[in-house]
Design a protein around this ligand. Sequence first.
Ligand SMILES: [Zn+2]
Length: 449
Amino acid sequence: MSKAQFGIMSRRVLTPEGIKQAIVLIENGKIAGVTDSPPAGIPIDDAGDNVVMPGLVDCHVHVNEPGRTEWEGFETATRAAAAGGITTIVDMPLNSDPVTTTLPALEAKFEGTENKLWVDTAFWGGVVPGNAGLLESMIDAGVRGFKCFLIHSGINDFPNVTEADLRLAMPILAQRGVPLLVHAELECGEPCEWENGARSYKSFLKSRPRRWENEAIKLMIDLAREYRTAVHIVHLSSSDAIPLIAGARRTGISLSVETCPHYLTFAAEEIADGDPRFKCAPPIRERENREKLWSALQEGTIDFVVSDHSPCTPELKFLSEGDLKRAWGGISSLQFGLSSVWTEACKRGASIEDLSAWMARKPAAFAKLDDRKGRLALGYDADIVVWSPEQKQTIERSMIHHRHKITPYDGRELLGVVKQTYVRGNKVFDSGKFAMEPAGQRIVGTGRR
Ligand SMILES: [Zn+2]
């Protein structure tokens, strides 16, 4: 064991062998050991009964900088992440301007992060019509994979792909061993009439049926089989697709799936009309659907849970009109992933180990960061969240560190309170307060040492 600079002690440390009383030793930002007998003379932070576990890895975050920083930016997003116990995010290629679909756009993205990162930040690129020839340059510059849409993305500068576009891009991604992340909704069938008006949640839900997700996933399963590309379904909402996904996996194709805290927390039956805070795509569906998503997560068909934090300016949410047709589709939630999922996980008998697997270990592995992130083990980055799983708090606007305070979690009582967050050994967040300086870094490259 090398000489540690300090230790974090708790009666509940989540180690690869389970939860136990231990001291995590930290040296030069890395974990130098997990022990029950600390070397003499090093300072120890005593976390008491609070849980000490790997910092969360949220690989689905729309930071929107540069270009739409008035929606959300690196400074505010990564501070909110730190306050929520997240130590690594992976930024989505939209809704920044430019969108991250070319090398110069990726470089602009990197520049946009300078001195603003409170947590470590990696990047996805985007596949759009016509950019297949540019993908390799972005891989060489450090993106970890690519996102695409099969339906209008919400902004015109990130057009959706067709099957023909995918047939150009997928062999390149397969050859380079990077995943394709897919917004899986495929418009099919009769267009919806919104018969109950633009404030009706029921109408909104009907306008983006489960069928759209199911059809998109079928297409992606076929293409994944044909090209042997690693395909990842982002923000699964339709529980109807779960048997399809499970069946396809049994045939050996590389298919992974995430869902989000809002699909696991809310239910369509409980969403009032005219409240666009709950609008996202695909939509939050019925209670029965939510319970099936929970089962699939607990059985392992859904791999992990990430926020899909997708904020906008307050004007674009059309809150006073309650207009679900015109409102931006995206839920602001980055800071509340841990506590919202834990609140619901507890009701269903899930453990702290489960939570950590869903929100740290597995997303780290998906983003190929599992050689350094997502575990409290020797040689790993000292990315740590200290939190109380028993303490409750009601979310108030004054606690929210996102750029804008609009979120469906406002006013909600959540179980689980983050006490401290360490990024590579730097205590960046402590009892509601931030460190003097940000400590996050950009993560580029293949992620393999
Ligand atoms: Zn998203």
